[in-house]
Design a protein around this ligand. Structure first.
Ligand SMILES: NC(=O)c1ccc[n+]([C@@H]2O[C@H](COP(=O)([O-])OP(=O)(O)OC[C@H]3O[C@@H](n4cnc5c(N)ncnc54)[C@H](O)[C@@H]3O)[C@@H](O)[C@H]2O)c1
Length: 248
């Protein structure tokens, strides 16, 4: 899979799957904008890419801020000279039952995971159409399985999947939009989510399928493949990259 000369934006590129995806795109010849709320971690990813001979730029932005999201896409288009791939990987996760949920908690989740990505995709559409580009949304298996406490997160990810499929229809045949649904993967996010009994039970079930937690690079492999020419016939598809977790 070559991305020689391709322009790629990866959000959440400072950590976990976003970082692994940015490294992999760059290794295959892409010029990458590594966008993240943490400027330091985005810079670190860029340093690794540059040290390996690749080309990348760091960009600090907050998915919750409309102007910063639109500005991030504009900066990417300018620095990379156009746009071929938008990989929406950045997100937050936290748990709170529906009964106890505060409006602030709900709105923060939807504003980050759903509205932020909508604004990014909206701003990217004209640039991606010019190049027959591709969007990949990193959602979650949680969009389909029901874990108590994850209502807001699951809703944001189900919304992202639905929105992406509509966008794919609206822009066919010019922009492909696909979703990757990771299962339990070792990262800052999975380390940070409060482990309620329900979350712990779902995590314990990892042992019944692939028998281990996934590595961010294993999700990145599918993110990169679905963005490549090898997947040129793939559109509006969902990929469960979870070692079989969804079967339980
Ligand atoms: N880790 C898992 O088990 C798991 C499972 C299913 C889905 N996912 C999804 O995979 C994706 C990557 O998660 P990860 O596990 O690599 O987590 P991670 O925490 O390592 O990476 C998420 C990145 O998003 C960035 N981010 C957070 N809020 C932001 C904001 N407001 N603006 C811009 N950037 C922001 C963070 O700084 C971080 O670099 C996420 O979309 C997550 O929902 C993760």
């Amino acid at each position: 899979m070559s991305f020689e000369g391709k322009a790629v934006i990866v959000t959440g590129g400072g950590s976990g799957m976003g970082k692994a995806s940015a490294l992999s795109f760059a290794e295959r010849g892409a010029n990458v904008l590594v966008a993240d709320i943490s400027g330091d971690s985005a810079e670190k990813t860029v340093e690794e890419i540059t040290a390996a001979g690749g080309k990348a730029y760091a960009h600090t932005f907050d998915l919750r801020d409309r102007d910063q999201v639109v500005g991030m896409i504009a900066a990417g288009v300018e620095q990379l000279g156009g746009l071929d791939v938008l990989a929406n990987v950045g997100a937050i996760s936290a748990n709170q039952s529906v009964e106890e949920m505060t409006l602030e908690f709900w709105e923060n989740m939807q504003t980050t995971n759903l509205r932020g990505n909508m604004l990014g995709m909206q701003a990217a559409i004209p640039h991606l159409r010019e190049r027959n580009g591709s969007i990949v949304n990193v959602a979650s298996g949680a969009a389909f399985y029901a874990v108590p406490g994850l209502a807001a997160y699951s809703a944001s990810k189900a919304g992202l999947i639905a929105m992406g499929r509509v966008l794919a229809q609206e822009n066919a045949p010019y922009i492909r939009v696909n979703a990757v649904l990771p299962g339990p993967t070792k990262s800052a996010m999975s380390d940070g989510v409060k482990s309620t009994a329900a979350v712990a039970a779902k995590r314990a079930a990892v042992g019944q399928t692939i028998g281990r937690w996934l590595d961010p690079s294993e999700i990145a492999d599918v993110v990169v493949w679905v963005s490549s020419d090898a997947a040129r016939a793939v559109n509006g598809a969902l990929f469960r990259v979870d070692g079989g977790h969804h079967m339980l």
